[in-house]
Design a protein around this ligand. Sequence first.
Ligand code: SF4
Length: 307
Amino acid sequence: MLEQISAHTQRLAEASEAVWRQFTARADECADEQSGSDPLLEQQCEVVRGLVHKYENRVLCLLTAQCASYCRFCTRRRMVSDIERGRITMEDVDRWRDYLAERPFVREVIISGGDPLAAPVELFNYAVKTLSNLCTIKIIRIGTRVVVTAPELLTDEKLNAIRDVRQPVYIGINFEHPDELTDATIEAVAKLRKAGAILYSQTVFLKDINDDYDVLYALFSRLVEIGVRPYYLYRCDPVAGVGRFRVDFRTERAIMTRLRKNLSGLACPTYVIDTPHGSGKIPVPLGFWDVDDSKFRDFQGEEHEVI
Ligand code: SF4
């Protein structure tokens, strides 16, 4: 994965060590002992170029491999930044439409990448319009981080495309640390809300970045205040190259238990493990329950050790 960041992220990283750590490559990434480049089995479930169909009622559309800045802990580091290989054309989007038109049981599309809001505006607008024109699609979701990494990419053209969608548009934004909540980011959030989007956050537990009660308390409290509902807090996936970011599981669970005690319910995300083999996001029981926290079962009933 390329080490490349936007000018906005560069300024942010100079001011915040927590941001700097997220985007700075380390020589030992390649020697990481954690194995597997695709723990969620997305490649295996790619039914049309760029379209992943894993759960019956929803699909994932990987619109681009491009991001404004490349997070070193990215679950999709196997493909992000390889822009040529991940290039999606309008013809590919037409193939997505044709696939979905034959499958009315698919109700929801998640447009992701890379970062779909870092894709060329014509492609982004075409994909949003084409997919939302399908009458069987009831929900459009967009996963992005440009609000944090390059808010200037949220142009009026893209905002208009979002505003024109007839379905509810849910936008999931990755936030990892309160230092990311700059004036420009807060303004971008306000623009998305004004365009009618419903905003939620996704956060990954990251060692020496946000594995701290006070940091996460500040992040989630602030997100609710600016109109972003904290949604998921993930245990970092065991992807090759990200081992240095993984936090001790019991430390995560203790932090999350304390957060649940003190945050309002609205500000408290669900803490989940994204299961190996792509078989579900499993909520972790917090310290209010006496449970064996060394293993869990996935959506298929298969048992896993916590790693
Ligand atoms: S913006 Fe998203 S897709 Fe891009 S590198 Fe960061 S986490 Fe991965």
